[in-house]
Design a protein around this ligand. Structure first.
Ligand code: ADP
Ligand code: MG
Length: 382
């Protein structure tokens, strides 16, 4: 991959480029927790976006995308927004850096990568992080890593219209081999948690249902509302509560009769997830991947039955994992499609992946895509 990009750069722009990478991410546990004041536990993966780049001394950015086989060219001003959708990510990154007084000048770049697009591994965050990290370095802008993550997030908000949280960009920038990140998305407090399943005889594999049901955004807003309703009811007794994360398990029970059964279920999922995250982290301290895996199954059950953001395809893959004795399995991401993330004993891997492909295809008419992932380093110069 690196060689292809560098030789492409030579072919189009000449010699002397620097090479940068920023990875996609997975999230081990902590789903729908970010807007409830809680933790997520993402890790960067061994699939990345690569950028070969060099200042060109002019006023224009020229970027060739290997995957799209397209050249985007823009001046570094708001009015010159590129027509190619993919190019709005690097364009947005430049604009967001300039807004923050970063000195970005003309440059030439070639971009490519092996993060699958639109599969829930955050190729878009990787793309933003790769450019933010590279531009910061070649022009000596002096942004801290956290600011680079925020620049990526603002790019998605302001130049692609995606109102995402900070997890993806944060993981792509801060990732560390052999560790996942316990991150509070509101405060950006974070801690590295050692996570090295391969050395304990496990593998991480994602199975992509390749479906996306169109419920996602309205359902998402309704879930947020339910969580707010629960907080409001609990606050009458416990005024210190601001988000569901502040709630003790028995405080929720106190308001069972005061909120709708639906709001109660949603809140029950969130308070449960808080306990599961704690248990997951404690298990990892002991290298106890079996207990960690159990928490992943329980999270799936909560997302499916209480939070109700799963779908038949995800539930099916979760059941296959269960009957193939996979250690941990759950749907990953907002829901209604996308991938399951699976922690599987190396000796169970082949049987599981074969069974998942065959049984899923028999029921849904197509095979899931399979992505092996290893937790790896975040954005870096190569
Ligand atoms: P996800 O982030 O889950 O992979 P998104 O829809 O948010 O899915 O982002 C995918 C978009 O990111 C693509 O449509 C494209 O615009 C951009 N992108 C990702 N990887 C690349 C790449 N290697 N080259 C050019 N654009 C890319
Ligand atoms: Mg994305």
């Amino acid at each position: 991959m690196q060689n292809i990009i560098v030789s492409k750069f030579k072919e189009i722009f000449g010699t002397g480029c620097a090479l940068y990478a920023a990875p996609g991410r997975v999230n081990l546990i902590g789903e729908h927790t970010d807007y409830n004041g809680g933790y997520v536990l993402p890790g960067a993966i061994d699939k990345a976006i690569y950028v070969a780049i060099k200042p060109n001394g002019g006023a224009k950015a020229r970027i060739f995308s290997v995957q799209n086989d397209e050249m985007a060219e823009f001046r570094l001003c708001e009015s010159d927004i590129p027509a190619f959708q993919w190019a709005r990510y690097p364009f947005g990154v430049c604009m967001e850096m300039i807004k923050r007084d970063g000195r970005v000048e003309g440059f030439d770049a070639v971009v490519s990568g092996d993060v699958p697009l639109g599969a829930g591994l955050s190729s878009s965050a990787a793309l933003c992080s790769a450019f933010a990290f590279a531009l910061n370095d070649i022009f000596g802008c002096g942004f801290e890593r956290a600011e680079l993550a925020l620049i990526g997030q603002s790019t998605e908000h302001n130049y692609e219209g995606v109102k995402c949280g900070i997890m993806d960009q944060f993981a792509s920038i801060f990732g560390r081999k052999g560790n996942i990140i316990r991150l509070n998305c509101n405060t950006l407090d974070y801690e590295y948690i050692p996570f090295d399943p391969e050395s304990a005889g496990y593998r991480l594999v994602l199975l992509d249902t390749r479906v996306k049901h169109e419920l996602a955004s309205s359902a998402y807003n309704r879930r947020r509302e339910s969580c707010e309703n629960a907080v409001e009811a609990i606050r009458k007794r416990h005024p210190e509560v601001e988000v569901l994360w502040d709630v003790e398990p028995d405080w929720l029970e106190e308001v069972r009769g005061e909120i709708s059964a639906e709001d109660f279920k949603r809140a029950e999922y969130v308070t449960g997830e808080k306990q599961r995250i704690q248990c997951f982290c404690e298990a990892l301290e002991e290298d106890d991947y079996e207990t960690a895996g159990e928490m992943m199954y329980l999270t799936h059950e909560g997302l499916s039955k209480l939070y109700e953001v799963s779908c038949p395809e995800l539930d099916f893959l979760n059941e296959v994992a269960c009957h193939e004795s996979v250690t941990g399995s759950r749907m990953m991401g907002g829901g209604f499609g996308g991938c399951t993330i699976n922690l599987v004993g190396a000796d169970r891997y082949d049987a599981f992946v074969d069974a998942a492909k065959t049984e899923f295809a028999a029921k849904f008419g197509h095979e899931p895509s399979v992505y092996d992932v290893v937790i790896s380093d975040g954005a870096r110069k190569l």
